[in-house]
Design a protein around this ligand. Sequence first.
Ligand code: DGL
Length: 264
Amino acid sequence: MADKNGPVAVIDSGVGGVSVLRELISLMPNENFIFFGDSANAPYGEKSAEQVRKLTFDIAERLFASGAKALVVACNTATAAAVRRLREAYPRVPIVGIEPAIKPAVLYGEQELGKTDGSSTVLVMATPTTLEQEKFERLVGEYRGRAQIIPLPCHDLARLIEKGDLDSPETEEYVRDLLTPYRGVDSVVLGCTHYPFALHLIEKYLPGTAVFDGACGTAREAKRRIDAAGLAAERTETGRIEFFSSKSGETADMYKNFLKIKIK
Ligand code: DGL
């Protein structure tokens, strides 16, 4: 039986998962968290699903062996590639993944914009590997006829953010060239946990477009699963947050600094 006071593990290919970690902390301040970023192998979004699955399994195994009581896969790419099999391999552990927040974007088009004829436009920014997975196709299929969903593979964006280049001319030019053709879409879904750190640029080049990401929904689902499993921490004091990286000590410090960046 898992220890209630064990940590919740949060994983990503790198710094992006911090955008989910912040929501988890605000919802479950008394939990201990271990954040692990696989920056030595980032970006995942350019690797095959098989490679991403193997990397994700290796990390999950190590974290469970070190006492993690639950796992949040704070990476859309790793979720698409590995989460179903992880749940099969660890049926008793709460395992939560993140997927592109298409549902709230479709509802926004219908309810806020009154476009009930399927004409609202939803741009989905994600890694190539996420968009190639069957899981994504199924997700889009659920909303067929209710909105025009436009997948946009963003080949380099996670890599630029991973470098910490949030304001460099290179990142800005990349976002400008990528998004300018889509100016005027009703909503944009940030289908990669790195992208909220480029929100200032995304909003600049898609002015007036509503932005959705899955971090809050994922944090709520994680809390629900942890509570349902009877695994909520019993401590009353604020939990501890530890950062680890497959790269070097400095990279883990970078994750910590990203936690302080104000996204909205
Ligand atoms: N942060 C990851 C995601 O949500 C992947 C970024 C990458 O390594 O390509 O998809």
